[in-house]
Structures are given as C-alpha cells and as structure tokens.
Design a protein around this ligand. Sequence first.
Ligand SMILES: Cc1ncc(COP(=O)(O)O)c(C=O)c1O
Length: 464
Amino acid sequence: MSISIPGPESLEILKKGPRLFKDGGRYEEAAADAAKRGLKPPPQMINAKGEGAYVIDADGNRIIDFHAGWASNPLGNANPEIIEAVQGAMKQYGFIYEHSLRYDLAEVLTDISPGKKFTRTNFEISGTEAAEAAVTYAITAAGRPLIITFEDQFHGDSIATRLLGSNRGAHRRLGFEAWRGGVITVPWPHSYNIPAGMSFEQYTDYVLWYIDSFVCRKIADPETIAGILAEPLLSEGGNWIPHPKFMPGLRKLCDKYGWLFISDEVLAGMGRSGKWWAIEYDDVQPDLIVIGKHLTGGIEPIAAVIGTEEVLAANDGHSGSTFAGTPAGCAAGLKTIEIMKRDGLVERAAVLGEKYLERMKKWESEFRIIGQVRGRGLLLGATVINPETGQPSVDLARAVHNEALSRGSWIIWDSEPQIRFYPALNMDEEILEKGLTLAEDAIREIDRNYSENNYPFWTTGVLW
Ligand SMILES: Cc1ncc(COP(=O)(O)O)c(C=O)c1O
C-alpha cells in the first residue's frame, strides 16, 4: 500500500522553500524533472508532529520513524517524561549560566563512562562543537599541533569539523582544501568494496601499517602528532563496524607514540550500539569521548566532551559557548540517562540489535541489490549495490529509501549507497517489526523493478 507523500498540505509548505532557504528546497523542480523523465516524484516529509515511534506529517500520514531526528531521539519522539523535566528546568531557571544541574549531569557522565575514568566534562551545544573541543584539548594537552583522522568520518559541518571529517568526499571541503594544515587523513578500513582485492583483515592491517610506517616516517614526526580522532562505529559514513584489530591497533599506536585517543561517539554512543559506548566493544580505553545526539533525549540541545583526569584536569585549552550546558539541556540529559538505566534500554538495544541483524542479514542472499548488511545494537543498515556492476549505488539506495517512505517507513539515506535504521531504543517491538517489514518490501520492490525496467523508478529527492 502506498501513501501519497507529500500530500496537498505538505506540498503547499514545500512550495515556499525556494524563496526561503539557502538551498531553496526545490521540491517542485525535482518533481517536474522526475515527470519529464517518466519517473515517480520523490516522496518528501513535512512533519507536523512527533509521537513516540511515529512522525505524523502535515497531511496526517503516520510514518514509522527510523530516522529518529538523525539518531537523536533514543526514547522516541516528544518523550513526555523528558519534556516534563525540561519544562521544569525552563520554569525554574529560564536560561542562566551557573546552575547545579551542570554538576549533576557531569557526575552522571563520569558514572557511566568506561571504567568510570572520565572524571572531567566540558559542555557544548552540538556534537560539532564537542568534536572541535576534543581536538582542541588533545592538542593543548599534548602540546603538539597535528591530528590524525579517517576518511568518511563525520564530525560536523563547521569549518574545523569539515576539515577533520570527510564523509561524502571532497565536496564537503569545497573552498577550504588549503586549510587542512593540521589534519592528516587516512582511510577507515571498510568491510565491503575493499580496495586492491584485500581481505577485511588485510585492509585493516594495511591502514595500521600505513599510519605507523608511512605517516610517521614520511608525513610527520610522530612527536608532532597530538592524537587520533576516530569513530569506533563509522556512523554517518555508512554504518561500518570496525575489524576487531582496528581500534586496539590504533590504541597501540597511541601508546607507542604518546598520542591521545579521541572516540567520537556523537551518533554511536550513549546506548545506540548496545553498550553505553561503542568503543567498549573493542576493549579500548580512549582518553576523550565526544558525546551528542542521544544526550539531548531528542528534546533540548546539549553535547559534551568527557576526558580523563590526566587530559582535562589542567588543560590550557578553551572551548565553550553561551548556551553550552543550559539548565534545560542538562535536565534532558539527566532524565534521558535515568530512563535508559531504569528501563534497561542499553541492554535492550544489544538484544534487539542481534535479533534484527540476523533477520536483515538474510537480505544479502535474498536481494541482488543488497551488498552487505551491518549492525551493532540498534545501529543497523546495509550497502545497496547495482547488481550488474556489483558497485555500491547511491541511486538504488535512494530508490529504496523513497519506496520505504511511500510505504510508511522512514529510514535514513543521505546521498550515500547505504540505507540506515536508527530506531528509538524503546521502540515497541511490534512497530519495529512492522517498519522493518515495510522497508524489506521496499527493497523487494526495487530489486524486482530493477530487473524489469533496468532502472530504479524513483527519482531524486532534494530533501530528506
Ligand atoms: C560522529 C559524529 N560527530 C559529530 C557530529 C556532529 O553533531 P551535530 O550535528 O550535533 O553538530 C555528528 C552528526 O551526525 C556525528 O555523527
């Protein structure tokens, strides 16, 4: 069954886009282009309401939400308990700077940090700022100017984080290519579409060798490198799970050269992976962790960088901003963590993740357009391929996304050859099953249609 998205109300709103926004939100243009090419117009959500596992658009369509505010709503949309806590803080404090909730949340973050060793916190507003703060503190703590990062990581869209990350390729750095002086970027070894016929393990070994033997001998003296900035689950870059040798190998290099290990867990952290911190799967102790998304409870922006006593207690660096650690943000973080603990949601994410990964893994043999399914906890997804070339296909991934949305299941596709699923950690299993089945039906449809027409029948969407 297909839902008409956008319906008339949504369409009226979308029409205003071109004169209001930088990118114009050119929905009508995209729809007209589709019609000209004999393709279906792209479905496009304009949301009017968030309600637990659902979003409801301006035309009243109820859609199962695996998008989850770009993976920021661990407890479902508009969670009433968090809203109540946030409202309470708003009423009590409005916005003032020094307040006790900052202390409470910092204590709680230490308590849930790996080995309770992260005794120091610096609050920020967004994951972007928190990632920048972590790099600042690594550089000032080490007294060294360079940082190693990995291709395809995403740390935000500020100038600094665009230089540090690069998912979706060089375009992200357009105009700023020459600003990358302090950043050394190396590949993040993917488990699929691996270059030069290497195995996953060989590719991982190669990257570790490259850092040790090439970066440290030919690019920079290791004593000028402050540390590495790594995503322990490469999330926005396509839901990649590291080879078991990768993170421990990076830690060994850090120990060898006196580098600091920064784990960017803005998306994968705080329970999404089925552990509080994704890096815990690798039994690696980082020096700094970057936290965002889930910490907001999906309600009120807050982010943080947490670090060990050695790195942050006497650090000369500085980072922060006016609205970093607002009373409402801290209240959201405190309530979110309280509920996650109370309801055992981290453990639940691990159990459900395993169950649904097993189901989704069958897609690899069932559908020609699915190359590889990957997941850890409730970070789930798949690489979509062109069955003729065997190459990852952005077009077909978009087609699956569009088809799934038109059936009532909103998954993430972000101009990439992947589809990604980030259900709320408390999503009712019946709804999760249903949303997954709708997505599976969408894959089946595109798979079948591809063979008949030799072209995905959905055209581009300009928005998400
Ligand atoms: C790993 C990672 N770091 C940093 C960020 C930036 O966070 P924000 O968009 O909240 O600034 C993101 C956002 O997706 C992310 O996935």
